[in-house]
Write a protein that binds this ligand. Structure first.
Ligand code: ATP
Length: 457
């Protein structure tokens, strides 16, 4: 089913997943806050990534580095001076656009990643691509627009106090690579991952949480010997797909793999594959997997003067490790999950919205619903048992008729509802309703533990 973004966004706002940022002040363009359920879901997603890529992977370890770093980091990485987008203005209505996106949004099969500014300008003129706002084709020449947010640290505002908000989390990993390797006595191959905020002053943010100026990334830098014969690129491409398929349950038919051609490859990359999701507004990058060679370590070694080489204990050789980087944005992945989970269903007695979230990501796994006031005490007992003793996130809802309460839980993606009714005090059983099938089962309270363990594992 093709979903409409407006409906999805309205649903997510009304259910407490995502709110407009600074809403009571009229908002701040393209900034979003995560409500109580969005925060739970986002935490579950980050935890799932951390479990899969860090805790359960035999090679990897984690880090948590600063957002603001020494400015030399960004000179070494090439971001100062090179991290920019091709900006042009519409002379008629004065709106600003990214030249590459103007083309790609019009010609969906084209990827202009490697094109020069002149190529972009010529193509826009030749094809008479219009300003999406005023429909005129009258643009300025392209200017480079710096994407890093700049500020000053400390009391003096001069060139020496300039610092940047990091535009990616990866550089924090490269800068601490040696410390992490040494203190954990890691041998190649091994990876370092981290989750954290990144900031880019995007020219054209939009499509809800797809492109924002403040976002979170989950990045892994995997270091290996250039002599290693194993194809680590294939390994990580497969791991990423396994995570998508089995952990966050993105259907294979909803994403594609796109190999960058030579023209599009970043100068430091020998191979890049993007995993692209079929969003309702078009196909967009979800996850990038790049072979960065030893570009980053050699740059940091050069600019910092620190020896970042690795002494191979097997061969006694000294060399700079090579790197494969799988990098994904938390909110983009979240948006893909929202788009795939949101369903509008017609029922015999009306209709419902159901968020078919994977169990591990759902904000609440279970809702406890006393049918009437008389069952509240017993229901609270069951709630405490599941929430506290079994440590399963559950919610309690006693207000309104039971049909409406089921609909609300469907709408926020709660996989199971447990109803305590008149018969519970006689037969010590509860009714469990499945979100997706809406089927109901009667289970005795002593059997609940094993039933839930089985269903939620
Ligand atoms: P795009 O071409 O969409 O701008 P990119 O190629 O610049 O993305 P990377 O630098 O490779 O992106 O960043 C890695 C990941 O971080 C992306 O695959 C995406 O999931 C996420 N990401 C990048 N920029 C943003 C943004 N402005 N808002 C939300 N997520 C982002």
């Amino acid at each position: 089913m093709k979903i409409e973004m407006e409906k999805l966004i309205a649903h997510l706002k009304s259910m407490g997943f995502v709110f407009q940022g600074s809403e009571i002040y009229g908002g701040l363009a393209n900034s979003w806050d995560y409500g109580p359920l969005g925060a739970e879901l986002k935490n579950n997603l980050k935890q799932a990534w951390w479990d899969f890529f860090i805790k359960k992977n035999p090679y990897n370890i984690g880090l948590d580095t600063s957002i603001i770093m020494n400015s030399k980091v960004w000179q070494a990485s090439g971001h100062v001076g090179n991290f920019n987008d091709p900006l042009l203005d519409c002379k008629n209505c004065k709106s600003r656009w990214r030249a590459d996106k103007l083309i790609e949004e019009k010609f969906l099969d084209l990827n202009v990643g490697g094109w020069s500014d002149t190529q972009l300008e010529d193509f826009i003129k030749e094809k008479q691509i219009k300003c999406p706002k005023c429909e005129k084709c009258d643009f300025t020449n392209i200017r480079k627009f710096e994407l890093m947010f700049k500020t000053n640290q400390g009391v003096v505002e001069d060139a020496s106090s300039i610092v940047y908000l990091r535009p990616e989390t990866a550089q924090g990993i490269f800068v601490q690579y040696k410390n992490a390797q040494r203190t954990l006595r890691k041998q190649l191959p091994f990876g370092i991952g981290q989750i954290g905020k990144s900031f880019r002053n995007e020219i054209t943010p939009g499509n809800f949480i797809f492109r924002t100026r403040e976002f979170e990334q989950m990045e892994l830098e995997f270091f290996f010997s250039p002599n290693d014969s194993k194809d680590w690129f294939e390994y990580w491409l497969n791991q990423v797909q396994e995570f998508l398929d089995n952990i966050v349950k993105i259907s294979k038919e909803n994403y594609i793999l796109r190999e960058h051609d030579k023209e599009e490859l970043a100068h430091y990359s020998s191979r890049t594959v993007d995993i692209e999701f079929k969003f309702p507004f078009g196909i967009g990058e979800l996850w990038g997997i790049a072979n960065r060679g030893n570009f980053d370590l050699s740059q940091h070694q050069k600019v910092s003067g620190e020896d970042l080489t690795y002494l191979d204990p097997n061969t006694n050789e000294k060399y700079l490790a090579h790197v494969i980087e799988p990098s994904v944005g938390v909110e983009r992945l979240l948006l893909a999950i929202f788009c795939q989970s949101y369903k509008e269903e017609k029922l015999d007695n009306g209709e419902r919205i159901v968020m078919q979230l994977p169990v591990n990501l759902a904000p609440y796994k279970i809702a406890i619903l006393p049918l009437q006031k008389q069952q509240i005490d017993k229901s609270l007992e069951v709630y405490e048992h599941i929430n506290k003793n079994l440590n399963i996130a559950c919610t309690f809802d006693e207000k309104g008729n039971i049909g409406k309460r089921y609909r609300r839980q469907d709408a926020i993606g709660t996989p199971y509802c447990i109803t305590i009714d008149f018969d519970t005090q006689n037969d010590n059983c509860v009714t469990i309703r499945n979100r997706d099938t809406m089927e109901q089962e009667r289970i005795s309270i002593p059997d609940l533990n094993s039933y839930l363990k089985n269903k939620l594992s």
